[in-house]
Ligand binder design. Sequence first.
Ligand code: PH2
Ligand code: MG
Ligand code: MG
Length: 154
Amino acid sequence: MKAAVALGANLGDREGSLRDAVQRLGVLGEVIAVSSFYETEPVGYLDQPSFLNGACVLETSLPPLELLRGLLAIEREMGRDRSHGIAKGPRVIDLDLLLYEQVTMVSQELTLPHPETAGRRFVLEPLAEVAGEWVVPGIGATVAELLHRLSIKT
Ligand code: PH2
Ligand code: MG
Ligand code: MG
């Protein structure tokens, strides 16, 4: 099964953290594509350092929830502390499960596609490099098309 994962960091050695995370994703499956890393301005909560964002495609035999829990475990191992700090605030590593095949689901633990997938340039730009032709379920447009739509908005 194929899954797309977004990577983000805006504290410490951001590039080192993204590279470390890509390595660690290897325990959850086989990383088959990694995007370039993009310097991006914070979106949402603005009073925080700029991010380095990327995306990768993982070939995995884990079902969506187990994959998500694996991603959260890697975040914890890398020192992410979710028990305090500002929601959507600075983090050493953020791993978001964006897409899992053509699965759509809404639950307390996991929403697929990830709600940020369609509207965020910091997600779509790296994702388009590794999964441009992936049709985003529920929307029925490809990642490349969604990025194009963002670009023509004023
Ligand atoms: N993640 C957020 C909030 N804002 N902004 C950028 N540029 N990149 C992110 O990864 C990001 C963000 C919450 O996950
Ligand atoms: Mg995120
Ligand atoms: Mg996250």
